[in-house]
Write a protein that binds this ligand. Structure first.
Ligand SMILES: [Cu+2]
Length: 157
């Protein structure tokens, strides 16, 4: 009887940290942190990113898994209302690499990272106060010519 009781006690002890993690605010915040990777083939690894509407802030981390420099195959992550996607891409093209291919002061840009080259990472943390739960949002890379392939849906809600 005794060894069995010990085993049960050990299992309960092992499980309790996991249960604590599940119930902690840190675990809830994790849902508000999303990651995406771009590569040398002009592609993101995800067609969709989703965060719950309970996120007051969202952190998006962009990795570039390739080897090419930012000037040749740079990527950024730009959040827009879907109907603004093409206009933001066009405006960004003219802004140039020094502005991370985002037109300064463009109100249609809801959030964006800087442009990264191979092996680099960038992240952006933004408030969701201006987002509508269930709204139609998209993300794109505004490096010239990339948005045709590098775009996806951003689900908030
Ligand atoms: Cu790109």
């Amino acid at each position: 009887m005794k060894p069995i009781q010990n085993t049960v006690a050990a299992v309960v002890l092992l499980m309790s940290p996991a249960l604590l993690l599940l119930g902690s605010p840190a675990a809830a915040a994790d849902a508000c942190n999303v990651e995406i990777t771009g590569n040398d083939s002009m592609q993101y690894d995800k067609k969709e990113l989703a965060v719950p509407a309970s996120c007051k802030e969202v952190k998006v981390t962009l990795h570039h898994s390739g080897k090419l420099p930012a000037a040749a195959m740079g990527h950024n992550w730009v959040l827009v209302s879907t109907p603004d996607l093409t206009a933001v891409a066009t405006a960004g093209m003219g802004a140039g690499l020094a502005s991370d291919y985002v037109q300064p002061g463009d109100k249609r840009v809801l959030a964006h990272t800087k442009v990264v080259g191979g092996g680099q990472t960038a992240s952006v943390t933004f408030s969701t106060a201006g987002l509508k739960a269930g709204g139609d949002y998209s993300y794109l890379c505004t490096f010239p010519g990339h948005n045709a392939l590098m775009r996806g849906k951003f689900k908030f809600g």
